[in-house]
Design a protein around this ligand. Structure first.
Ligand SMILES: Cc1ncc(COP(=O)(O)O)c(C=O)c1O
Length: 379
């Protein structure tokens, strides 16, 4: 690493987060660790820490991702959420990858395979992205699969909303129940519906024995981010919005103690003093209102920094970003700041959650937008 700009991945925090989630939500047989997108930008290598902490199934979105993960653990089961071509089933088999049946046509396409592959059936209960939508199709697959080499190991769905301000969560849950009403779910080894936020916001489901943990493992849980003093207001808003409608109980509070696993640092490499009415940056984006100190920090668009990033911390003090370039940001500082000072981009109170909130973006997107030009340093 020749440039002093990097992502710090705190594996102790990752491990503590997983243990903390498992302690708060015990009783599941399967805790899936969702590690698509290079483990949400943290780097695939973190799967080793996840497995040590208690994750006993991994989930990715493609066969390529599964193969990349397989380097780090030979044995753990890996579920692929996404589509795997029929021609690639041998590779999936050799890498012990569990398939998702994404549609009834897909089942027909692969059902004559010679490979004894584990499969999970995905139900489309309302996301309308992938999955089986009709009961007759589901029942046919469950019937016919018995005469194939495919091993039915699981069934699942994915919620489109957290179900806190809306009734859609309940609609999806009802759809799942309706689709599976003639099926004895006890005959399917793994039934999993919840992702991070549905887990922390809703009661457990007696028929589900697995949960898929993504963003919460990495330290984000919207519930934990709602300060206690805001909870009564949030509750009231929900009640007004959902008045008269049948909705399941939600937990706005929880005892989770999650810490953000990723932080980002860089360095001041140059400082210039400018006078009133001088400009900084492309399009002369910043105009000095007096005598100013402008620090150039060695991180930019090519690292994943966008205009949604508004401030940094240097020596514990917050300073505004006034211009962004491919490889640098300009920061309005004061005379305390020196060349080579460490700059916190994310961490020390600067979080992806607030950037996401201010820019109508998602933490998921921001995490995977941090590019590989920034080396990941593991602590
Ligand atoms: C099918 C599926 N399950 C679980 C997850 C994990 O979601 P989260 O990160 O919100 O916990 C994802 C992530 O997008 C997903 O696509």
């Amino acid at each position: 690493m020749y440039r002093n700009s990097y992502v710090l991945v705190d594996e102790k925090k990752l491990s503590n987060n997983i243990k903390n989630i498992m302690e708060n939500y015990p009783g599941y047989k399967y805790y899936f660790g969702v590690v698509k997108g290079n483990a949400y930008g943290h780097g695939d290598i973190v799967v080793k820490t996840m497995i040590d902490a208690g994750i006993n199934y991994l989930a990715v979105s493609s066969l390529d991702e599964a193969i990349s993960i397989r380097k780090y653990d030979k044995d753990i089961s890996i579920l692929c959420f996404g589509y795997i071509k029929k021609e690639d089933l041998e590779v999936a088999y050799k890498n012990n990858v569990t398939l998702t049946i994404i549609s009834s046509d897909y089942f027909d396409d692969i059902k004559d395979t010679d490979f004894k592959l584990k499969v999970h059936i995905k139900l489309n209960t309302g996301m309308n992205r992938i999955g089986i939508k009709r009961r007759d199709e589901l029942e046919r697959i469950i019937q016919e699969i018995k005469d194939t080499n495919l091993i039915l190991e699981g069934i699942y769905t994915h919620f489109a909303t957290s179900g806190v301000y809306d009734t859609y969560f309940d609609a999806q849950l009802n759809k799942f129940k309706e689709l599976t009403k003639n099926i004895d779910l006890k005959n399917i080894p793994i039934v999993h519906l919840y992702n991070s936020l549905s887990l922390v916001k809703h009661q457990g489901l007696e028929f589900a024995n697995g949960v898929r943990l993504g963003i919460a493992m990495y330290g984000f849980s919207a519930s934990a981010n709602i300060p206690d003093n805001k909870l009564p207001l949030v509750n009231l808003k929900r009640k007004i919005k959902l008045k008269g409608q049948e909705v399941s109980q939600v937990n706005l509070n929880n005892n989770l103690k999650l810490e953000k696993v990723m932080s980002i640092y860089s360095e001041v490499i140059y400082i210039t003093e400018i006078e009133k009415d001088e400009f900084v940056g492309y399009n002369a984006v910043h105009k000095a209102i007096g005598h100013e100190f402008i620090a150039t920090v060695s991180i930019g668009h090519a690292d994943g920094i966008t205009s949604a990033f508004k401030e940094v911390k240097i020596n514990g003090k917050t300073y505004p970003i006034v211009a962004i370039y491919m490889d640098y940001i300009s920061v309005l500082v004061d005379k305390e700041v020196k060349v080579h000072d460490k700059v916190t981009i994310i961490g020390d109170g600067l979080s992806f959650s607030s950037i996401a909130a201010n820019s109508h973006d998602s933490v998921h997107h921001l995490l995977v937008s941090i590019t590989n030009r920034l080396p990941r340093i593991y602590k």
